[in-house]
Design a protein around this ligand. Structure first.
Ligand code: ADP
Ligand code: ZN
Length: 204
């Protein structure tokens, strides 16, 4: 955002697959706001408990304190009137209501920075991120590095057998893959295998 006059609020969205640096970028922006002595509040859904409960931590170990919330309504409850910048990580886990919550906060003059996965383990749009993208003033799409071939990775490959949309985890459960190496059927096939021969399941 370049020219912003008065107390205009807005929405910035950071998307990409796992390992693309969304948390890092969110933390960078929030730390810079703090350096500028702005009042910052940071939220993440309770569901994501990797590394720390009261902190957002990137895969590279960068961290910033955060508040756990279970719903978008809880974000609205916890935001203090004087807060100027609001950061939300893993927004795809907060449901549809996060769209209205972000709109409300931006309408009331706050800078809202939201990070989340824009596609799921099947490569499908992961609501509510697509809706947030359409409402945002500024969008950043990050790519990871494909662990198979080194090309830019747009996808999150699930390596374990589950048809659930949400399986939280990082180490060994997911990896970044480019569009060539991404295989959305893999998790399903592994699951079928597990049904036929329980206990023989291995990450692929
Ligand atoms: P995200 O929030 O998008 O999952 P993070 O900000 O937590 O990403 O982590 C990004 C960091 O992860 C990178 O700076 C790098 O150190 C590390 N990393 C591990 N695997 C990969 C990969 N396949 N591609 C890019 N970065 C990776
Ligand atoms: Zn690849």
């Amino acid at each position: 955002m370049d020219i912003v006059k008065g107390n205009m609020g807005w929405i910035e969205v950071i998307v990409g697959p796992m390992f693309s640096g969304k948390s890092e970028e969110l933390i960078r922006r929030l730390k810079r706001a703090e350096i500028a002595r702005q009042r910052v509040q940071i939220f993440k859904p309770f569901i994501d408990q990797r590394y720390a409960n009261t902190e957002i931590v990137s895969h590279s170990g960068l961290g910033i304190r955060s508040d756990n919330v279970r719903t978008a309504a809880e974000v609205l409850q916890k935001v203090e009137p004087r807060t100027e910048v609001i950061g939300i990580d893993e927004a795809q886990f907060l449901g549809e209501d996060i769209v209205d919550a972000c709109t409300k906060l931006a309408d009331s003059g706050k800078r809202v920075i939201v990070a989340g996965l824009d596609t799921d383990f099947m490569g499908r749009p992961f609501e509510p991120m697509p809706r947030l993208l359409s409402l945002a003033e500024e969008i950043t799409k990050l790519l990871a590095i494909c662990v198979r071939c080194g090309n830019p990775a747009v996808h999150t490959q699930r390596l374990i057998a589950s048809e659930d949309l949400i399986v939280v985890g990082a180490g060994g459960m997911y990896e970044a893959r480019c569009r060539r190496c991404f295989d959305p059927q893999l998790a399903h096939e592994k699951m079928e295998e597990e049904k036929r021969a329980p206990g023989k399941l291995r990450a692929v």
